[in-house]
Design a protein around this ligand. Structure first.
Ligand SMILES: [Zn+2]
Ligand SMILES: [Zn+2]
Ligand SMILES: [Zn+2]
Ligand SMILES: [Zn+2]
Length: 319
């Protein structure tokens, strides 16, 4: 690699620095985590210019085959091509259906840093395997863990904690024990699934406690479970217990919190939490069974081998 003469690529817009300037000044809302490819290694070619060529001038994302060009050589990604109604966005000429094979070949010879390098990922990849890695990169932003809405917010954990508090008005608690009452006046309406989310801050980490009603097969149930705001490996350092009961009966659950990389629905559908049948929930609620009044208590603890890191916060594990 690294011997390509960029000047010989036909679809390069010739010496139109002004135009490039205009294009790159279009800010792109989703570009918060896009690559700033200054880390290119082991290449004799001027990295920035090649990278600029591979940036779609319309959406500013990197282009992957098929890369298109107009008759004047202006390039365009395949996603944008479907949106511009056969007009080159740069020169307004008819676009036609021309592949820019030379640029695709140039791309093949490149190595680029992971697009999340600014979030800490040190990896470098051949251009065409970069996307595959980025889909599973440990440094990729997390999705908003709020359930029951199609929230598209992503970011790191501090960003999402602030987002949950400010935008979803989620209750925030400090501490590793909890004692929550869930009250619902119309417990027959499981179909209108209710979601409740509380965020706990302990051990320097954040946890999402979910409580919700849904239909499990034919049976209406309630379910409570915990998710860890971080990756799966770290989630395994923690355990939690949940307990619900009344009148001399109780149900308990002990488990490992799931990472918020696993969607709320995925955790729910794998039944990885405390599941309470509605009849039992109404029994626990006491009274005339017209109202749901569940008291859920629980604890989060750090596993023993990491007791030093957890410091004084580690609760007594034996009950
Ligand atoms: Zn594009
Ligand atoms: Zn054009
Ligand atoms: Zn990465
Ligand atoms: Zn959200």
């Amino acid at each position: 690699m690294a011997t390509i003469e960029i000047q010989s690529v036909e679809c390069v817009p010739a010496s139109d620095g002004v135009e490039d300037e205009e294009i790159s000044s279009q800010t792109h809302p989703n570009n918060q985590y896009s690559s700033k490819p200054h880390l290119l290694l082991s290449s004799a070619i001027a990295p920035t210019s090649v990278h600029e060529l591979l940036e779609c001038p319309v959406c500013t994302n990197f282009m992957y085959p098929p890369i298109h060009q107009c008759h004047n050589g202006h390039t365009l990604c395949s996603t944008c091509k479907t949106r511009v109604h056969n007009r080159c966005p740069t020169c307004r000429q008819e676009l036609g259906d021309i592949r820019c094979l030379a640029l695709e070949k140039v791309a093949e010879s490149l190595e680029l840093p992971c697009r999340y390098y600014s979030l800490g990922c040190p990896e470098i990849f051949p251009y065409y395997s970069k996307l595959k890695h980025e889909a599973i990169c440990n440094f990729r932003p997390y999705s908003c863990p709020y359930a029951g809405s199609e929230c598209i917010v992503t970011g790191d954990i501090p960003h999402l904690v602030a987002h949950l508090r400010d935008d979803h008005k989620v209750d925030m608690h400090t501490g590793f024990t909890f004692n929550h009452r869930y009250v619902k006046s119309n417990p027959r309406e499981v179909e209108n699934a209710t979601w409740m989310l509380t965020v706990f801050n302990c051990f320097g980490q954040y946890f999402c406690l979910h409580f919700e009603a849904f239909q499990l097969g034919m049976a209406p149930v309630y379910m409570a479970f915990l998710r860890f705001m971080g990756d799966e490996v770290e989630a395994h350092n923690y355990s939690y217990s949940l307990e619900v009961g009344a009148n001399g009966r109780k149900l308990t659950w002990e488990g490992t919190p799931r990472s918020i990389r696993d969607s709320h629905r995925k955790v729910r559908d794998s039944h990885d939490g405390l599941i309470i049948q509605r009849n039992m929930a109404l029994f626990f609620s006491g009274g005339d069974k017209k109202e749901l009044k569940l008291r859920v208590t629980g604890r989060i603890w750090k596993e023993q081998q990491n007791i030093d890191a957890a410091g004084a916060c580690v609760p007594n594990i034996s009950i």
